[in-house]
Design a protein around this ligand. Structure first.
Ligand code: HEC
Ligand code: HEC
Length: 380
């Protein structure tokens, strides 16, 4: 049997390996979870982890705003402004609601890519994801893990937390600090605040809420085979439905001219093919199916924020079923897809068109997917 200090030695050897190799085995297994969550929460809101000390995770994933970025900018909010106060990215900041339910990036039994974090799944899990924004030059813009660790060591509360949660030797190891920060942020995002399952829809399932007629019609329509949404936006996990199957599809989203004009990054956005683990060109233009939870409060929509209104997204899907539809936001025909290959036509062409009434019922239903904490953000 190992004595206690030998066991700790093993744990810290593990952690060093994790720091260097980027693995994320649970160092946290032996530590009180609540403390890790609290540490993660403090990090999430701390602007000192960006180069000019102007932004934190919460800047682009604001908890009071459905965990998305609502700061106005010259790209009409489609993408986010970085810590340099100049750079705009090329992707819309997704909500962090229910992100914790996302499976790790993998190829499933049918040979299809599933899960992972970022719109192209390039981060295997939440802890890996959380390490990236700090070092992204158009986001928090720290040059390296060394400056990140230095910023952490400026704060005695953080040094104490890392010492207690991960071990004293970790505090001095820049890469291990980077990993520990990732673990803490992942733990925070796994806390119930991010996934409360307390929307009207959840309350309806528990018999605590009665749907209005419109909401109920929208719900029945959504789950029916009359329309195709549920072929992609359903996990089939009735109690904890996240309204995505975590697969990847190209649905023919048009480019966003504002992002083409102002965004820093490679365009067209190849989506899944931009994931370094993916080389198959048949994956170009595919994006991870996004959750529909809190969808009514997390616009603008699509990977490039090209649509301001939820109604427009629904009208957009209609074009695969009825010819000659127009984008209600521009009054013009839909622009050609950002990536014209690999569009999931077979799925998108299934089902009937949605007339105005059906669209209204679906919107009423989608509003019931709003967590209680965001209900006040809903517009009529
Ligand atoms: C400057 C704005 C910005 C900041 C700051 C930022 N993010 Fe993000 N976040 C984004 C954007 C944009 C994406 C999508 C990028 C992509 O897919 O390549 C994203 C994606 C994510 C995702 C993936 C969600 C999913 O469903 O795949 C998570 C999780 C996340 N961010 C958490 C964080 C954390 C934790 C921090 C702080 C360490 C942070 N973000 C800081 C803008 C930001
Ligand atoms: C073939 C799979 C598929 C089908 C069918 C489908 N979707 Fe989607 N949906 C996606 C993908 C993938 C995206 C992200 C596309 C992008 O970012 O370019 C998306 C995006 C969305 C968004 C925007 C989400 C956000 O956060 O920006 C909404 C809303 C949406 N879909 C609703 C629906 C509705 C309603 C239907 C049925 C009428 C439907 N979808 C049918 C795969 C699908």
């Amino acid at each position: 049997m190992m004595n206690k200090s030998a066991a700790q030695g093993v744990a810290s050897a593990f952690l060093l390996c994790c720091g260097i190799m980027g693995c994320h085995l649970a160092v946290a297994a032996t530590v009180p979870d609540a403390k890790l969550v609290k540490f993660g929460e403090a990090l999430f809101f701390d602007v000192n982890f960006s180069l000019q000390r102007t932004q934190s995770c919460a800047t682009c994933h604001l908890p009071g705003q459905g965990f998305v970025d609502k700061r106005p900018n010259r790209a009409a909010n489609a993408v986010s402004l970085g810590d340099d106060n100049v750079s705009l990215g090329t992707r819309n900041a997704p909500t962090l609601s229910y992100a914790a339910s996302t499976p790790s990036f993998h190829v499933d039994r049918n040979g299809e890519y599933r899960g992972g974090f970022f719109l192209d799944g390039r981060a295997h899990d939440l802890a890996t994801q959380a390490k990236e924004p700090f070092l992204n030059p158009i986001e928090m813009a720290l040059p390296d893990a060394h400056l990140l660790a230095q910023r952490l060591r400026e704060n005695p509360n953080y040094t104490a937390a890392v010492t207690m949660l991960f071990g004293a030797e970790v505090v001095q190891d820049d890469n291990a600090v980077h990993s520990a920060v990732g673990q803490a942020l992942a733990a925070f995002q796994k806390s119930p605040q991010f996934s409360p399952f307390d929307s009207k829809y959840d309350r309806f399932l528990r018999g605590e809420y009665r749907m209005t007629e419109m909401e109920e019609r929208g719900r029945i329509l959504f789950f029916s085979s009359l329309i195709n949404c549920n072929l992609c936006h359903l996990l089939d996990s009735p109690e904890q439905e996240t309204f995505t199957d975590y697969r990847y599809h190209n649905i023919g989203t048009p480019p966003n001219p504002l992002v083409q004009q102002h965004g820093t990054g490679k365009l067209p956005d190849l989506g899944l093919l931009a994931n370094p683990l993916v080389e198959d060109t048949l994956q170009a233009g595919k994006f991870k199916v996004p959750t529909l939870r809190n969808i009514a409060v997390t616009g603008p929509y699509m990977h490039n924020g090209v649509f301001a209104e939820l109604r427009t997204v629904l009208e957009f899907y209609n074009q695969y079923i009825i010819a000659d539809t127009k984008n209600p936001e521009t009054g013009k025909p839909w622009r050609a897809p950002e990536v014209a290959d690999n569009i999931s036509q077979d799925l998108l062409q299934q089902g009937q068109p949605m007339d105005r009434y059906r669209i209204e019922t679906l919107i009423a239903f989608f509003k019931t997917l709003t967590d209680r904490q965001f209900e006040h953000l809903l517009e009529d």
